[in-house]
Design a protein around this ligand. Structure first.
Ligand SMILES: C[S@@+](CC[C@H](N)C(=O)[O-])C[C@H]1O[C@@H](n2cnc3c(N)ncnc32)[C@H](O)[C@@H]1O
Length: 279
């Protein structure tokens, strides 16, 4: 299927799903704005305008999204190398960038199986870069809305054996899920669907790091973007791990989660991150 055909098919899926983004370049989309901050090419004028509005309010955003990508890579490496995880469910994948989850996990464990989930048609159009699995492992891509988690679990079962431990990765996606959509209930339902020994890894944009700048950034972004942002405080982020065993160092700014060097630890971000295990 060509990228254009993939976009067409996702647009018809969008009509069926109702609230999912279609391919619209007139308004900023989180996947494309994130790509802009990361220096990618899959973004349009509206995305760059929203991205620049955030940079004007909080100049640290570019360093923050990079620190978050480094967190993603460290977490995937930790889970594959030290925790022995071989199955990953990565929801809110984003436009492929450096160090996608399967690349990091399969570099350590070639038999790792990774299922990606995103609802943006531009991510779908680039999904083939995510399907480039090692021969021993497997990757799959599900074009679905995170809030429709029952459908995600059903489709993920093509690749993931839900009787064995799974790492649920929610990296920089929960700030796009408003309180009305019950993000705590969704996370808890996902963790109910995986067996003991599974992990939850997440990062979320903070409301209480650089609080004034972040509040202004959210205000500007929310005026220009299709998906609004809900920043959360440390206690609100810690609440996602309720009932799980939080691994040291706990919920910390993403650059402080098991950094590989002082240089990495001294980076700056306005994102909380953590990893926990289901007992
Ligand atoms: C900020 S990007 C993060 C990408 C990647 N996880 C990272 O940390 O680099 C958020 C991604 O979540 C996706 N997303 C937002 N809301 C979603 C939803 N309700 N269902 C599925 N994907 C969603 C967006 O399309 C976007 O690609």
């Amino acid at each position: 299927m060509s990228a254009d055909e993939e976009l067409d098919s996702s647009q018809s899926a969008e009509i069926a799903a109702g609230d999912r983004p279609g391919f619209d370049t007139s308004v900023a989309h989180s996947a494309r704005v994130h790509d802009y901050w990361l220096g990618g090419k899959e973004n349009y004028a509206a995305d760059r305008a929203a991205g620049d509005a955030v940079i004007a309010a909080y100049p640290g955003i570019v360093m923050s999204v990079r620190a978050n990508r480094a967190f993603l890579a460290r977490v995937a490496r930790f889970l594959a190398a030290e925790a022995g995880i071989r199955q990953f469910l990565d929801i809110g994948t984003g436009i492929p960038s450096a160090n996608n989850t399967h690349e990091v996990a399969q570099a350590v464990a070639p038999d790792a199986r990774v299922v990606y989930v995103d609802y943006d048609p531009v991510v779908l159009a680039h999904a083939r870069a995510l399907l480039d699995s090692s021969p021993e492992g497997a990757t799959d891509y599900i074009d679905a809305d995170f809030r429709n988690f029952d459908a995600i679990l059903l489709q993920a079962a093509r690749t993931i054996d839900f009787s064995r431990p799974v790492a649920v990765m929610l990296i920089a996606v929960l700030h796009l899920i408003g309180d009305d959509d019950d993000p705590y209930g969704i996370v808890s339902a996902l963790m109910d669907a995986v067996p003991a020994g599974s992990y939850l890894a997440l990062s979320q944009v903070a409301s209480d790091i650089q609080a004034e700048q972040m509040a202004e950034a959210a205000k500007r972004y929310n005026r220009m973007a299709r998906e609004t942002q809900r920043h959360r405080s440390h206690p609100e982020v810690a609440r996602f791990f309720t009932g799980l065993e939080l691994l040291p160092p706990g919920v910390v700014p993403v650059q402080q989660w098991r950094p590989r060097s002082d240089f990495e630890a001294q980076s700056k971000s306005a994102m909380w991150g953590g990893v926990a295990q289901k007992a």
